[in-house]
Design a protein around this ligand. Structure first.
Ligand code: ASP
Ligand code: MG
Length: 424
């Protein structure tokens, strides 16, 4: 008998009819011989509605955190009670718990609380007695008994944490998409649903994946090695299994998939400082103040030195561009740099896949594909399982499509691409 945690998001429980659809799925899963723990979100739009009410009541966009968390937690409390009533009506024995009742113990960081401990014993007893257990997502309780919430999208984290505490066989996240795709299907209509992907790849594809799953939940699942499956509440299908890299990564194939997917981001800006002295400590002198201003730097490139001078380029998120530029101008004066300039019309394209570790030629194949479309690469950065390039923003979608094609991602048999025989 398998123990499965199933999580249903807000759109899956948007009304009683949909809650009944959820109940039927849960019962089908139990009837197939599983022990089932269900985690639910608030009904669609409810958390936003409660947030608006709080703003109106407090006449500020920052109502008192303790009271705000108590208020927001009610959304999920409503859903667990309703789902349990429907389950009972359909003849299943079920019991529901709030986060405080099962003792999902968190720290006291209201609105972004972290789970510290879960008492899985009462749930195990219920399961042992043949009951379906329904737990409220998103909420917990701190050691003072104050209700806390885990941050937007936090029900995913509740589900994974419960799965870890119960040593569940699988944590299934039901949502309104049917899995994780090779890239954004709105940009590449031939994008393909992945049967499997590793935790590492999923984290690297965060810009795509965060629309599907709370990234913190993926980190958590990876840490505790909880197999995670994303699947649709509305259609039957296998979804996408997010799991450890390993033996049966791809059934029926001898090779590991090369590329899992392509992520792209428009939220990039590039800053350059020309002609800074090429002396020890210069990178720290430039990036230190940027970090102190709480600006996150992504790619960094320092050129080779010429006449004792060097050039320095880095990227930040668009919203941090102005502040980063101000800091850089100030530094340029101090360091007597020749020139400072920036560019906000750039984007980043990333190719992600654990298969890169064991294959040469991925980068050159990527650069060839972009060159064939006349797309100029402005910056390159690589990690073990990712190659990212900065290009002009207007070429982002064209580039994504070109790479999707070049790496045969839209071909059903295409996850295994041979690049042998290419120069590395
Ligand atoms: N109801 C919360 C939200 O809307 C938590 C969740 O749905 O995961 O963010
Ligand atoms: Mg959600």
């Amino acid at each position: 008998m398998a123990l499965i945690v199933q999580k249903f998001g807000g759109s899956s429980v948007a009304n009683i009819e949909r809650i009944e659809n959820v109940a039927r799925k849960v019962i089908a899963s139990r009837d197939a011989g599983n022990q089932v723990v269900v985690v639910v979100s608030a009904m669609k739009g409810e958390t936003d509605r409660l947030t608006d009410l709080a703003h109106a009541a407090a006449q500020t966009s920052n109502p008192r955190p303790r009271e705000l968390d108590l208020l927001l937690s009610t959304g999920e409390t409503v859903t667990i009670a309703l789902l349990t009533m429907v389950l009972e009506r359909l003849g299943a024995e079920a019991r529901c718990y709030t986060g405080a009742q099962v003792q999902i113990l968190t720290d006291s960081a209201f609105s972004k609380a972290r789970i510290q401990e879960i008492d899985a014993e009462p749930i195990r007893e219920d399961l042992g007695a043949g009951r379906i257990v329904v737990v409220a997502g998103f909420q917990g309780v701190d050691e003072n008994g104050s209700i806390t919430t885990l941050g937007r999208g936090g029900s995913d984290t509740t589900a994974v944490a419960l799965a870890a505490a119960l040593e569940a066989d699988e944590c299934q996240i039901y949502t309104d998409v049917d899995g994780v795709y090779t890239t954004d299907p709105r940009v590449v209509p031939t994008a393909r649903r992945l049967d499997q992907i590793t935790f590492e790849e999923m984290l690297e594809l965060a810009s795509l994946g965060s629309k599907v799953l709370q990234i913190r939940a993926v980190e958590f699942a990876g840490k505790y090695q909880v197999p995670l499956r994303v699947l649709s509440s509305f259609e039957d299908g296998p979804g996408t299994l997010i799991t450890m890299e390993g033996e049966d990564m791809q059934q029926g194939s001898m090779e590991e998939p090369l590329i899992a997917g392509i992520a792209f981001s428009r939220d990039e800006a590039k800053l350059t400082m020309l002609g800074v002295p090429d002396t020890p400590g210069i990178a720290a002198q430039i990036l230190g103040p940027i970090a102190s201003a709480n600006i996150e730097v992504d790619m960094i490139v320092q050129n080779i030195s010429n006449d004792g001078l060097t050039d320095f380029t880095f990227t930040v998120q668009k919203r941090d561009y102005e502040r980063a530029m101000e800091t850089l101008r100030r530094l340029a004066a101090e360091l007597s740099a020749r020139e400072v300039f920036g560019d906000t019309s750039i984007g980043k394209l990333s190719l992600v896949g654990v298969g890169m570790r064991s294959h040469a030629g991925v980068a050159s194949k990527m650069f060839d594909a972009l060159a064939a479309e006349g797309i100029n690469i402005q910056m390159i950065s690589t990690s073990e399982i990712k190659i990212s390039v900065v290009v002009e923003e207007k070429y982002l979608e064209l580039g994504t499509r070109a790479l999707h094609r070049a790496f045969d991602l839209d071909d059903e048999s295409g996850r295994t691409v041979s690049v042998e025989g290419q120069s590395a």
